[in-house]
Design a protein around this ligand. Structure first.
Ligand code: ZN
Length: 327
């Protein structure tokens, strides 16, 4: 079946049509904050998350239950979660690497525990100091803890569209991990473009292979804008029928292997693109721009988001305040 995708014979695809609701999952508080060196005050993290909820974001990846030694920035996972004011229609997620993380997450108001495994053997060893197989073998007891606590589980795959050490990642490796999750009863699949190597061609190829192999799984696309084509990849995702996207406020985040590179695709830029394409996000653009500006103040450096600087398309400027060019 994977051969079919390789041969370029695409199984039936239903593009997402304008008018459809698109789910945006904000990942900045985890994927973005985790790379900041200076410890961000817990209250500031809580204020950003509560601001995002007020702006209409319905799904937020708040933190990661990793060892504080590995990621000191996320040492306050429990405190941040307990400070979030949420309605019943808001879903909170967090990453859990192992049973210890799952036991911590089980005692919080997290709704979804996110597992993650790299599709590249070298990246897996660098990232979690374990092979792909050893990583997968840790997951069944984690899923048991989540289910016993009434939590849902998302299966995440990292370096889906390329690896900074190995280059191309075989689609078969992505499919194998997806099947492992499916066999654990997980329906929710997150495809991570960890270092921004996704392209329209690779996105189409991976989605075609997964439609064949695990058609029952719901896919979320997690793009980084490292090479500037994150939103172009979203348009490809929409054409391929994907309605769920991760993004970060202001484009927060970075790439550990490329100093100065930008982070995830930017939430307010994504909202702008989707709404101006006729899709529904349920997000208030002006409010989310205000949260991006607050986030910039919190981390103390300029964020790469573009809509937070330019404003919405019909933003009006005072003509008297603009100097007329000479001549
Ligand atoms: Zn990421």
């Amino acid at each position: 079946m994977v051969e079919l995708a390789k041969a370029g014979v695409s199984p039936s695809v239903s593009p997402v049509v304008p008018g459809a609701r698109i789910e945006i999952c904000e990942v900045g508080p985890r994927d973005g904050f985790q790379i900041e060196k200076r410890q961000i005050p817990t209250d500031d993290k809580i204020a950003v998350v509560n601001g995002l909820i007020d702006a209409g974001i319905k799904k937020i990846q708040v933190t990661s239950f990793v060892s504080p030694r590995a990621v000191p920035q996320l040492v306050d996972a429990e405190e941040v979660l307990s400070g979030i004011e949420r309605g019943p229609d808001v879903t909170l997620t967090a990453l859990v690497p192992n049973t210890r993380g799952a036991e911590r997450a089980a005692r919080t108001q997290v709704d979804i525990m996110g597992l993650f495994c790299s599709a590249s053997e070298t990246h897996s060893r660098k990232n979690v100091n374990a092979s792909i197989d050893d990583t997968l073998q840790r997951f069944p007891p984690v899923v048991e803890i989540a289910r016993a606590a009434g939590k849902r589980v998302q299966g995440g795959i990292a370096t889906v569209f390329g690896c900074p050490f190995e280059g191309e990642v075989p689609t078969d490796s992505v499919v194998r991990i997806a099947r492992f999750y499916r066999d654990l009863g997980i329906e929710d699949l997150n495809l991570g473009d960890t270092t921004g190597m996704a392209t329209p061609k690779t996105v189409r190829a991976v989605l075609a292979a997964l439609r064949e192999a695990v058609p029952e799984m719901a896919v979320t696309l997690h793009f980084h804008n490292t090479r500037g084509i994150g939103l172009a990849n979203v348009m490809v995702g929409l054409a391929e029928g994907v309605t769920r996207y991760d993004s970060s406020i202001g484009g927060l985040g970075g790439c550990p292997f490329a100093a100065g590179a930008t982070g995830n695709i930017c939430t307010e830029d994504l909202v702008y693109l989707l709404e101006e394409s006729g899709y529904q996000t349920g997000v208030d653009l002006e409010k989310v721009i205000a949260v991006a500006q607050k986030t910039e103040a919190v981390i103390g450096r300029e964020l790469p988001g573009q809509i937070m600087k330019a404003g919405s398309r019909l933003r009006r400027f005072d003509s008297d305040a603009v100097a007329t060019a000479a001549g």
